[in-house]
Design a protein around this ligand. Structure first.
Ligand code: CA
Length: 236
């Protein structure tokens, strides 16, 4: 039997905490809840959960600060963090993702959306460093193949010519499907001494990549107000 999965729910509104706990428990996840950001950090360090559900507005320590501190320590860094945010708080979402959160759910949420996001986050638990090797060959349902070492991309078997910047952007998104990247994260990951990127040029590059990918172009999804992500399923 596989070991039960565990989740830590950090939320000061009891009704929401209970709702999240109820749905996770129904899926067989062992849940601990706390309303305190400080307590959450202690619990996560003592016994790192497989998932951390984090409200941003907490009575003691701001959720963004909790996230930042989690990502500072090796033992808590790999824990997937899903933020709970108020609808329309795009600045918070961007800040949280740049702080290392993996995903977010906006309140009020439907149980179906909540569970889909949480299950994805558990499944996509941050790969270890060896799995994040830079010479990855990414195959997505055979539709799209990226070979970082050779800088080769093919879609449905046909070779595609991308610039180095375009390739690096596509690779950054494709290596972790389903994870949103903000424009600033893309700039930080892709820029080099010969590449100067602005938020606006990111959008221009994305348009170019989508066009070159043809029928696979929809694999790069726009997350309005936040950034871009690579689709979890690619259809040619
Ligand atoms: Ca709150």
């Amino acid at each position: 039997m596989t070991q039960a999965r565990t989740a830590l729910v950090v939320e000061d509104e009891p009704e929401i905490a209970e709702l999240v706990m109820f749905h996770l428990q129904r899926e067989g996840v062992e849940v601990t809840t706390t309303r305190s950001g400080r307590r959450a950090l202690e619990l996560a360090r003592q016994n790192p959960p497989d998932l951390l559900v984090l409200d941003l507005m907490l009575p003691d320590l701001d959720g963004l600060e909790v996230c930042r501190r989690l990502k500072e320590h090796d033992e808590t860094k790999p824990i997937p963090v899903v933020m709970l945010t108020a609808r329309g708080s795009e600045a918070d979402i961007v800040a949280g993702i740049e702080m290392g959160a993996d995903d977010y759910v906006t309140k009020p949420f439907s149980p179906k959306v909540l569970m889909a996001r949480l299950q994805n986050a558990i499944r996509r638990r941050t790969p270890t460093q060896s799995q994040q090797s830079d010479s990855v060959l990414i195959r997505l349902d055979g539709a799209l193949v990226l070979d970082r070492e050779r800088h080769v991309v093919s879609a449905s078997g046909a070779a595609i010519s991308l610039t180095i910047t375009e390739f690096e952007m596509l690779f950054l998104l494709a290596k972790r499907p389903g994870f949103v990247r903000t424009r600033d994260q893309i700039i930080a990951a892709v820029h080099g001494p010969l590449t100067v990127l602005s938020q606006r040029t990111i959008d221009v590059h994305v348009t170019a990549i989508r066009r070159k990918l043809g029928r696979c172009g929809g694999a790069i999804e726009t997350v309005r107000g936040v950034g871009y992500r690579f689709a979890e399923e690619v259809r040619a």
